[in-house]
Write a protein that binds this ligand. Sequence first.
Ligand SMILES: [Zn+2]
Length: 221
Amino acid sequence: MKKDHVKEELKKLFKSLDFISNNFLNKKGISKKELHIFFNIYQQLGLTWEFLGLQCKHWNGYKKTKEAKICCKICGKIKGIGESYYMLPAKGLKIIGTKLNPNSKKTFKTKKEATIVNDIISFHGSILNVDVHNSYRSSYFGNKYAINLAAERIVSLKESGVECSIDPYLIHVKTNKTKNKRGKRKFGGFPWEIRKKDLKQFPVLFEFSENYQFLGLTIFR
Ligand SMILES: [Zn+2]
């Protein structure tokens, strides 16, 4: 929606809110039943305000309210307050949030305190999780094995039983064969540590430049 349209719609909405409030909610001698109906209408208009407010880019800046709060001149939203909903275009690029990274050298007591963002979205059947946190202390088995977990930004994607997670140090791919019952024990090794005949069982193709610089890899399913 364009600025003028949003402004116009919000103006009309505020008029409706005032109308309900002045003529019904504050009306003397109104029955309980009627009051309940008008209270609900007021609440529903409030919800419309919340959604319509998502269209506002606060184009005209902010003003101070009587309660010394800073609010948008157009939609009346208090500056800096968190939104409960996102508004996304049905077509084209959808944007939620900005790229955040760890922002403190401190080690926090709990993961909750250290968390900057930990958000998840199911996008057309794929699950994407972004977990950004500062360093924190974590303990296993009581406080016996307390360890410091490093500050990091981990992005993971789950699709058709395959999980790929990316952090500053590793790109890890877990296939749905990881839990295969054929072998219970798990091993790891660099290609040169593995015998050629065993290596031949791995459906991995390395991509590299003419100088043998690693460019990427393909895993066949
Ligand atoms: Zn606004």
